[in-house]
Design a protein around this ligand. Structure first.
Ligand SMILES: [Fe+2]
Ligand SMILES: [Fe+2]
Length: 137
């Protein structure tokens, strides 16, 4: 399973590819820096950064899909919302010390693989649509 940036994940948009690389680095960092390597406070700050980054990135991507009239944009948007919800629920667990703390390692691994899978499937499908439409090469 791919867990770091690879040219295979490139959409062909420099800006979007850079953001994907940063997202993967952040999700990987969360996995490495999970307690006890860092405090819950530090881990929560990383989740807040990831949430902000995801929200900004998804807004740009959703704007691009709307402009391109991408047929699968609503399914793609739903997946964005699910991913944001998941990150939000993990941050909430960190704030409240809830039951998922015991599962933090598994959750963080799931988060990283989810981000990779999202880029590899949903985002690359959008890139393929743009390529066929002649928008990108
Ligand atoms: Fe996406
Ligand atoms: Fe993306």
């Amino acid at each position: 399973m791919l867990t770091t940036w690879s040219p295979k994940l490139s959409m062909g948009f420099t800006g979007v590819d850079t953001e994907h690389r940063e997202l993967l680095e952040l999700a990987s960092h969360i996995l490495v820096q999970q307690p006890p390597s860092s405090s819950l406070h530090e881990q929560r700050a990383l989740f807040e950064r990831l949430e902000a980054h995801l929200s900004r990135h998804f807004a740009i991507e959703e704007e691009l899909m709307a402009v391109a009239v991408f047929p699968s944009q609503w399914e793609h948007r739903t997946e964005h919302a699910r991913l944001v919800d998941f990150v939000g629920s993990l941050r909430h667990e960190l704030q409240t010390g809830g039951p998922a703390l015991d599962l933090l390692s598994i959750s963080n691994r799931l988060l990283l693989s989810w981000v990779v899978t999202h880029i590899n499937t949903y985002d690359l499908a959008f890139a393929e649509f743009l390529r066929r439409a002649g928008t990108i090469q």
